[in-house]
Design a protein around this ligand. Structure first.
Ligand SMILES: Nc1ncnc2c1ncn2[C@@H]1O[C@H](COP(=O)(O)OP(=O)(O)O)[C@@H](O)[C@H]1O
Ligand SMILES: O=c1ccn([C@@H]2O[C@H](COP(=O)(O)OP(=O)(O)O)[C@@H](O)[C@H]2O)c(=O)[nH]1
Length: 239
């Protein structure tokens, strides 16, 4: 399998919502363990992996804003949720013998290191899986945008979005089961057709930096490594 590795360094964006499994909220440790084992498997191919973790299983800032609360405070709560998820993922990776570190965009030195690009690159060069917590560190952004940003900062060859669906469709497949699925698209097509699998800012940043986006189902065990090895099921967005 190692002969045809498609990308040698990637950033994986993991949906927060994926971590709650069948529960309606929070973290299902069995699911986090399974995602960690997928990362370990991909790591064993010799691929350098860093991870941006979402927080939708715990909190989304818009939930506060939609009830008349302050959006910025809501987004701070959302970003804190991503730190909880990052600690859970690090725990699972450590359990299976994978060296991993959490770097947060929001300083909380008693809990984890703060993000700097220099530290992140050093940890990556030392063979660690770097988990980015706290999104971009700014309200009004998403962890998808954090994924595109960190992918650019880390020199990643691709941004993998591990999500609830197995690719990009002509419309949200959860709402329109007969939507057409694409194997390949350009960044411009995703933006022009308003394909909402990722937010516009994230796709635009990836396009500007010529970073391909690979959308795949995080629920398919082993899919991450299969795609890295040139197989698997995904939609690939490139120039
Ligand atoms: N054109 C589309 N193709 C695929 N998925 C879409 C599309 N439009 C909307 N979606 C929805 O976007 C979701 C992924 O976005 P988001 O909720 O931000 O996920 P995540 O929690 O993975 O960040 C998918 O689960 C899917 O239901
Ligand atoms: O750079 C960021 C990233 C995230 N968030 C907040 O954190 C929440 C959780 O992130 P996201 O919705 O991207 O998680 P996912 O959809 O991946 O589970 C968001 O709703 C925002 O409130 C933010 O304010 N800035």
């Amino acid at each position: 399998m190692t002969a045809e590795i498609r990308y040698r360094r990637v950033l994986l964006k993991v949906s927060g919502e994926a971590l709650m499994g069948e529960q309606g909220f929070g973290i299902d440790v069995a699911v986090v363990d399974r995602i960690a084992s997928d990362i370990a498997e991909a790591r064993a191919l010799g691929v350098e992996i860093s991870v941006v973790i979402g927080g939708g299983n715990i909190f989304r800032g818009v939930a506060v804003a939609s009830k008349g609360g302050d959006r910025v405070t809501g987004d701070h709560m959302g970003m804190l949720g991503t730190v909880i998820n990052a600690l859970a993922l690090r725990t699972s990776l450590t359990k299976m013998g994978v060296d991993a570190i959490v770097l947060s965009a929001i300083a909380m030195p008693e809990i984890c290191e703060s993000f700097t690009q220099r530290a992140a690159l050093q940890h990556q060069a030392a063979g660690r899986v770097v988990i980015f917590a706290g999104g971009t560190g700014n309200p009004f952004f998403t962890t998808d945008s954090a994924g595109a940003l960190r992918a650019a900062e880390m020199g990643a060859a691709a941004l993998f979005k591990g999500t609830q669906v197995d690719g990009i469709y002509s419309a949200d497949p959860k709402l329109q089961p007969d939507a057409e699925r694409y194997d390949k698209l350009t960044h411009a097509e995703v933006l022009q057709r308003g394909l909402a699998v990722m937010d516009v800012a994230a796709v635009a940043l990836a396009r500007e930096n010529h970073i391909p986006i690979v959308v795949f189902s995080i629920h398919q065990k082993g899919e991450f490594a299969r795609i890295l090895a040139g197989a698997g099921r995904a939609t690939i967005v490139s120039d």
